[in-house]
Design a protein around this ligand. Structure first.
Ligand code: FE2
Length: 271
């Protein structure tokens, strides 16, 4: 997919400066510009979350990663890379660095217009270019996660603590939510001690509603989502999110010593 072509969803222009200065940007549903008949696409997309396979007792998940290219490659489809997912123990202490294999995102979701346009909007919002101003291909990690809660069991994210995902930036889209409390998105400043980097002071807390997006500059802040519990008077509920992690693919070449040297390490956010 030419990720700069015929964009149908756009965010307010402040998103880039928010990501650069604050480290995050909250975009409410009412601030989106959508040139898409999205109601049918939204209903279809919401339905797909219920088909996701279990990822632990409180979660369901689809996951795929892709390479996407900027202008000049019109017609290229996203290249599917795989559905294995690994985080270092330092990033996610609960999973201890193990490789997790998830069910890949099904074709019927990949064909969904709202799914496609949200990903295009996310990549366009960070507009990653090298030091010559050329847009870079990007590695995109896409999670559909459903946190489910019953009267006996809360829905809990992993890791259930402040952490980073080591993406350049990621976008959290609240796609659907029914009969749950909690699920607050919390951000913390960077800090460190003698053992290394750690989360510092809490700087932002919000509860996303359907259609809202939280964009995060992963290098600037740590993040966490609190567990979801069932609202009084109900027996079950869920919180379904689309997470799009974006990392630029820098150009590199083999140096004389055999190590890969990166040609253009400078990343510039869109002005
Ligand atoms: Fe995370």
């Amino acid at each position: 997919m030419n990720y700069r072509n015929r964009q149908k969803i756009t965010y307010p222009s402040r998103i880039s400066s928010d990501l650069n200065t604050l480290g995050f940007s909250l975009i409410k549903k009412s601030e989106l510009s959508i040139k898409l008949n999205s109601e049918d696409a939204l209903a279809d997309f919401q339905e797909q979350f219920h088909k996701a396979p279990p990822d632990g007792p409180h979660r369901k998940r689809f996951y795929s990663s892709y390479i996407m290219v900027p202008n000049g490659n019109t017609g290229r489809r996203p290249q599917y890379l795989g559905s294995h997912f690994q985080q270092s123990a330092a990033v996610n202490p609960e999973q201890k660095g193990t490789e997790r294999r998830f069910h890949p995102i099904p074709k019927e979701i990949e064909r969904n217009k709202l799914f496609q346009e949200l990903i295009k909007a996310d990549i366009a919002a960070v507009c990653l270019s090298d030091s010559n101003g050329h847009l870079l291909p990007v590695h995109v990690e896409v999670h559909l996660i459903s946190l489910t809660a019953t009267s006996e069991l809360a829905g809990i994210a992993t890791p259930n603590c402040p952490h980073k995902d080591l993406d350049f930036a990621f976008f959290l889209h609240l796609i659907d939510k029914k009969h749950v409390d909690g699920g607050e998105s919390v951000l913390y400043a960077n800090d460190h001690d003698e053992r290394g980097p750690k989360p510092g002071q809490e700087i932002f807390r919000t509860t996303l509603e359907e259609g809202d997006t939280l964009a995060v500059n992963d290098s600037r802040v740590w993040h966490h989502v609190t567990p979801v519990t069932v609202t009084d008077g109900h027996t079950s509920g869920y919180r379904n999110v689309l997470i799009v992690g974006i990392t630029p693919m820098l150009q590199g070449k083999m140096g004389l010593n055999g190590a890969i040297e990166i040609d253009n390490p400078e990343i510039v956010m869109a002005a």
